[in-house]
Design a protein around this ligand. Structure first.
Ligand code: NOJ
Length: 601
């Protein structure tokens, strides 16, 4: 029996809308691209050690070509002690043996290009690993040395310098400063009695670079060229808002959270509590922290943009910057800076129609003002997967990890909403990011044994935060193979949830209504209708519905409708259904379901 259909007085048969986005005439690939994030240690393993590697990615690139994405972004695969899963780089010009060799990177890039996929690599410029040659030299050469000037070393506060230089907190928890003499490698070394401190906005194994130093600028321009010469199509820039700190490093008592950024209210409260250096007075008005989103970062991106512009083929820079409000983020994508910035505002928006409408409208307004494409993203390697996040009582960014003793997400609700959210996202003009496994509807691993956790946030918060391991579990490929086909030996560096066997691609390929089939269909339609390049109206369709119309030249308009209410809503007449995130109930759009409609000629 069909569910009752709400006769919606709010849903006119002739949909009226308000223009929220007009595309520019520019047609570069990145303005409309769907970019798939590969997290190399968990995508596919070729050598059998249970940790993914570059040959394991290359072997599986056809899955991505078949899926219909335009580009692949690879999280770091450089030489690294892996204290923060590769976001602690010891050598920016080499591949870590865990992941393969430089020849493997070349082969991956070549194969991707053969398949028509662009390749974006990760660049980590805010900090290096403490095993980087520069930091080793800085430790050995001691206070006042030229090598120390490339990092943020300072004398401590207090009578004997026994206090950290300021009160900044690491994003991963605990102080953002470590005293050189207290490093685990200090005993018996030449820095055993060295009283200086160094800044690390993340783990103590990730010392922050000093971006006031010309050698740091030269080095990163050279690293960009190294990878551009090898044929990469762009860079995702890690912590792009962090490189420059407020002069004088003024105290600031707020706490910055990854992806979500600084809570502006909290930032304001923190600023009022502090005696700020005169040149940081801006923070009192904006709530911005002195370690993030300082105006000086933009000069760096202008410098890098000039390097990229020397190369042919539309190479790109993508900012990972947890910056609010959207207008502030848009400054990173002005015409002479980066090409794109991740839209975390959309990711952290709650499953609320009004808030989603506001995020969509605000995102277009801010990016259109600077001529940049708006990006859309729902998951990545730093947040609880959206198939689980949207099944929690409190949607939005969600907690930093979920453990077995925590309230568990409603898996069915989460998946239904995740499919609806993804179909909404893929119908929006601009560029979209897909995190590996979301095309399979993978939930977070929410019952991982604590003894297996590796995220530094788990340790640094004294286990208050579970951390990000649950979204980084090795992917399933074959339902009947050991380790679900992740590796030839069946080994996986983290165990996979049992429920994942039924979600492996070999199973989903056989099912017309699977999440994989939904993504393939949506991506094919998105390409066919050039939805990425469309103009957008926000359509009036009732309080509970997020509805947009995507129009383009020489094609019928596509209406994207997501019902977030508790009752089904009637579909407008005169439209044919292109794709839906779940079954439609007799001409109506059920709760937590999205549909794409095409106006009938
Ligand atoms: C953001 C990355 O996405 C995250 O995984 C990493 O831990 C931090 N930056 C520090 O590099």
């Amino acid at each position: 029996m069909d569910a009752p259909v709400t006769a919606s007085p709010h849903l006119p048969q002739t949909l009226t809308g308000q223009v929220v986005h007009q595309p520019t005439a520019d047609a570069e690939w990145w303005r409309t691209a769907v970019i798939y994030q590969v997290y190399p240690r968990s995508f596919g393993d070729a050598d059998g050690d249970g940790i993914g590697d570059l040959p394991g990615v290359t072997e599986r690139l056809e899955h991505l070509a078949r899926l219909g994405v335009d580009a692949v972004w690879l999280s770091p695969f450089y030489r690294s002690p892996q204290k923060d899963a590769g976001y602690d780089v010891a050598d920016y010009r080499d591949v870590d043996p865990l992941f393969g060799t430089l020849a493997d990177a070349d082969a991956l890039i070549a194969r991707a290009h053969e398949l028509g996929l662009r390749v974006v690599v990760d660049l980590v410029p805010n900090h290096t690993s403490d095993q980087h040659a520069w930091f080793r030299q800085a430790l050995a050469d001691g206070p006042g040395s030229a090598a120390r000037a490339r990092y943020m070393f300072r004398e401590g506060a207090g009578e004997y310098g026994e206090e950290p230089p300021n009160n900044w907190q690491s994003v991963f928890g605990g102080s953002a400063w470590t005293r050189v003499s207290e490093r685990p490698d200090a005993p018996g070394s030449s820095w055993e009695r060295d009283g200086q401190w160094y800044l690390h906005l993340f783990d103590s194994s990730q010392p922050d670079l000093n971006w006031d130093h010309p050698e740091v600028h030269e080095e990163f321009c050279s690293i960009l060229r190294f990878w551009l010469d090898r044929g990469v199509d762009g860079f995702r820039v890690d912590v792009a808002h962090g490189l420059v700190k407020a002069a004088g490093l003024p105290d600031w008592a707020g706490h910055v959270r990854m992806v979500e950024g600084t809570d502006v209210e909290e930032g304001l409260a923190a600023a009022e509590d502090e005696v700020l250096a005169p040149d940081a007075s801006d923070d009192v008005e904006t709530g911005r922290s002195p370690m993030f989103d300082q105006d000086g970062v933009h000069e760096i991106y202008r410098e890098w943009r000039a390097v990229l512009d020397e190369y042919d083929g539309d190479r790109i820079l993508v900012a990972e910057a947890w910056v609010e409000p959207l207008e502030r983020l848009a400054l990173y994508v002005r015409p002479d800076e980066m090409h794109q910035a991740f839209n975390f505002n959309f990711l952290v928006t709650r499953w609320s129609p009004a808030e989603l409408r506001e995020s969509i409208t605000g995102s277009y307004a801010a990016n259109d003002a600077v001529g940049a494409p708006t990006t859309w993203v729902l998951s990545n390697h730093d947040v609880v997967r959206h198939a689980s996040r949207l099944g929690l009582a409190e949607t939005g960014k969600g907690p930093n990890g979920i453990g077995a003793e925590d309230t568990q997400p409603d898996a069915e609700l989460g998946l239904r909403r995740a499919r609806a959210a993804s179909l909404l996202m893929l119908g929006l003009a601009g560029s979209a990011y897909v995190y590996q496994g979301e095309e399979l509807g993978l939930p977070e691993h929410t019952t991982l044994d604590d003894s297996l956790r590796q995220d530094p946030a788990w340790w640094r918060t004294g286990h208050a935060e579970k951390g990000r391991d649950g979204c980084r579990v090795p992917l399933p490929w074959r339902s009947d193979a050991p380790g679900l086909g992740f590796s030839p030996t069946g080994r996986t560096w983290l165990p996979q949830p049992e429920s994942w066997a039924a979600l492996a691609p070999d199973v989903q390929e056989q099912q017309e209504d699977s999440t994989l089939s939904l993504y393939r269909r949506a991506l094919a339609l998105r390409a066919e209708h050039r939805l990425g390049a469309g103009a957008m109206d926000l359509v009036t369709a009732g309080e509970d519905v997020v509805a947009v119309r995507n129009t383009g030249e020489e094609r019928p308009a596509v209406v994207v409708m997501a019902n977030l209410g508790t009752e089904p809503v009637a579909l407008p007449e005169g439209h044919e259904v292109l794709v839906a995130s779940g079954p439609l109930a007799g001409g109506a759009l059920p709760t937590d379901t999205t549909v794409w409609l095409r106006a009938q000629a």
